[in-house]
Design a protein around this ligand. Structure first.
Ligand code: ATR
Length: 286
């Protein structure tokens, strides 16, 4: 029996997920497939149902679930039978698993991807009772804030160009230790920050620059960016020059994929340097 999964979105041709999962399927020699499905929001549920019913799938194939891209990861929430806690709080399902009774299980693994990517480079124990500064209050920030709280941060400073959006997020996450600061003040008081995270799209190829002076940031502070194209953003480059540990956005992309792969195909995959190089090659950045 061939186990099938895939990523759904519109557009979807730029997704690295088929390459990433394809690498693991080959590495672990599994009878499995992972493909990209071009799916518009209004087609999402009928597409999932038809795959569960094995329409357009080989006779011996079974659909195990899928990854979802924006905006599908938010749209699907109301249709999920078993929504896991993290997905509920974050408000997004990036991984759907088809349960034994055909029910839809909704999971968020973006926050796990961020945590595991961080843990690859630093001992997370050092962040117990630490302070983080999060740039951006969009969809990506939600998973990051959840991950930071789970890692034991006792203070999360949140700043966003649109102040109201940061305030709304802080209100929604009222059980989290968030303090909103103005975008104009983002580079002030960096002295007590242990981790800086950019969750905005600034610094991505084709987007505007991120203006983030790092003067005052203590040398031990870790600087991370969720942008992975380019791999070394200006933020990471200037942080590296100042001697900070820097963590690029590719690790989050790779690590978020592990939980889905394991749930669908039954093998716990590993993120290794060859996978990283292979996905980078796909991004045209080797
Ligand atoms: P995602 O779901 O990927 O996080 P998003 O919800 O559109 O995408 O959020 C993009 C983030 O980048 C937001 O924090 C956005 O700030 P606003 O809420 O003020 O729009 C931030 N961003 C995008 N362009 C920006 C710019 N030119 N300057 C500052 N922040 C910007």
């Amino acid at each position: 029996m061939t186990l099938c999964a895939g990523v759904m979105g519109f557009p979807i041709s730029h997704s690295m997920s088929p390459r990433l999962h394809g690498y693991w399927i080959k590495k672990y020699a599994l009878d499995a497939s992972y493909q990209a499905f071009e799916v518009r929001p209004e087609e999402l549920m009928s597409k999932i149902s038809s795959l569960i019913e094995r329409e357009n799938l080989p006779k011996d194939a079974r659909f195990r679930g899928c990854n979802l891209t924006i905006p599908l990861k938010e749209i699907i929430i109301d249709q999920i039978d078993e929504l896991e806690d993290a997905a509920k709080i974050i408000g997004a399902v990036n991984t759907v698993i088809i349960g034994d009774e055909g029910q839809l299980i909704g999971r968020n693994t973006d926050w796990i991807g961020f945590t595991d990517s961080l843990a690859e480079r630093v001992d997370l124990n050092r962040f117990k009772s630490s302070k983080a500064l999060v740039l951006g209050a969009g969809g990506a920030a939600r998973g990051i804030i959840y991950a930071l709280e789970k890692s034991g941060f006792s203070k999360i400073y949140l700043t966003n160009r649109t102040l109201l959006r940061a305030e709304a997020l802080a209100k929604e996450f009222s059980q989290f230790p968030i303090e909103v600061i103005r975008w104009e003040d983002r580079a002030k008081n960096l002295g007590n920050i242990d981790l800086l995270v950019n969750t905005t799209s600034l610094g991505m190829s084709g987007q505007q620059r991120l203006e983030m002076p790092l003067e005052g940031l203590q040398k031990e502070a870790v600087v991370t960016d969720i942008v992975y194209s380019p791999l070394e953003t200006e933020l990471l480059k200037s942080a590296k020059e100042r001697g900070h540990i820097t963590i690029d956005g590719l690790g989050m992309l790779l690590h978020q994929a592990k939980a889905g792969f394991e749930a669908w195909f039954g093998t716990r995959p590993e993120v290794d340097t060859n996978l990283r190089a292979y996905v980078l090659e796909g991004l045209g950045q080797k």
